[in-house]
Design a protein around this ligand. Structure first.
Ligand SMILES: Nc1ncnc2c1ncn2[C@@H]1O[C@H](COP(=O)(O)OP(=O)(O)O)[C@@H](O)[C@H]1O
Ligand SMILES: [Mg+2]
Length: 292
């Protein structure tokens, strides 16, 4: 958890010299490789030279990055820079997009997740994903959470399944609000509750990594605060990668931050350092609000 609380004040000198965002060619020319340590000592996932194409258009260019065990990694950058694309590589969600082609090396506990022998359904249980818009199934609250454990055969009895549902809802900080209406539709909950239900559904299959793609952008500030508290709590036991357009959120919830720009990973580092003392000019321009 970062101790950073307030956005930094840009120095007058750099504000004067970069009052206007430089053009695309100049931005690309200033990128000569990722700044910062992309590797960690205890990697849960390790990505090397990842390229992603949609048809002939390249969306991700040679990104290498580790996600450490029990680390919360924030992924930030201007809209369209490839954050969602990169995140979706980590549990092969891009497989569902016909024209999308992923290359490079991506491993989970050292195992190639793109290997032909990889069971993708199992992979997506080990590396769960929570989307921007809460998407509960049109089922009861109970069945939303029980769905994964059922298809993966994780519960041998009704009482075991009841336990998994209760524990998942507790860990998602939703149990107290729904324990008396588990048989009601998940879609009847508020937006913030639905998002916590989706997190409970993800947790229910005991994932090792949780991916979140702007999980709070459809939520009000109170619901957002609840999810952020939850991320902080979950980060103790899970590896989490969260895409966010909110720098305040990145600063509040993450241990390290990765700054993406035009499909490149420009800079990665300890969150507090990225926000108070970024190395690359492109990172500084973004965090001081000069483009985004
Ligand atoms: N399904 C898709 N088909 C074709 N191009 C896509 C698709 N999804 C994303 N892209 C393109 O890939 C680039 C990165 O997009 P995305 O990963 O959504 O960025 P971000 O999440 O940072 O806003 C953009 O140029 C976008 O237009
Ligand atoms: Mg996105």
């Amino acid at each position: 958890m970062s101790t950073y609380t307030a956005p930094p004040t840009p120095s007058t000198e750099s504000a004067a010299t970069t009052a206007e965002a430089p053009d695309l060619d100049a931005q690309l020319a200033s990128f000569t490789g990722t700044v910062g340590d992309v590797r960690v000592a205890d990697a849960k996932m390790s990505m090397t030279d990842v390229d992603v194409h949609y048809g002939t258009a390249q969306a991700i260019h040679g990104v290498s990055l580790d996600l450490g065990k029990n680390e919360v990694m924030a992924m930030i950058g201007p809209s369209g820079c490839g954050k969602s694309t990169f995140l979706r590589c980590l549990n092969r969600m891009n497989d569902t997009i016909e024209i999308c082609n992923v290359s490079g090396s991506l491993t989970l506990d050292g195992e190639d997740i793109y290997d032909r022998s990889q069971d993708v359904v199992l992979l997506r249980a080990r590396v769960g994903i929570v989307f921007q818009k809460p998407n509960p199934f049109p089922k009861t609250i109970y069945d939303n959470v029980a769905y994964g454990p059922r298809i993966h055969g994780l519960a041998s009895s009704k009482s075991t399944l009841d336990d998994i549902v209760e524990q998942s809802l507790r860990r998602a900080s939703l149990w107290e609000e729904v324990k008396d209406r588990l048989d009601k539709p998940g879609t009847g909950l508020s937006g913030g509750q639905q998002q916590r239900l989706c997190i409970a559904r993800t947790i229910a299959v005991s994932p090792e990594v949780i991916l979140m793609d702007e999980p709070c952008s459809a939520l009000d500030p109170i619901a957002t605060a609840k999810i952020e508290e939850l991320i902080d709590e979950l980060g103790k036991n899970y590896t989490i990668a969260i895409v966010t357009h909110s720098m305040q959120q990145a600063a509040r919830v993450s241990d390290r931050t990765a700054y993406f720009h035009l499909g490149r990973l420009v800079e990665v580092g300890v969150t507090n350092d990225i926000f108070t003392n970024p190395t690359h000019q492109l990172t500084e321009n973004y965090i001081t609000g000069r483009f985004g």
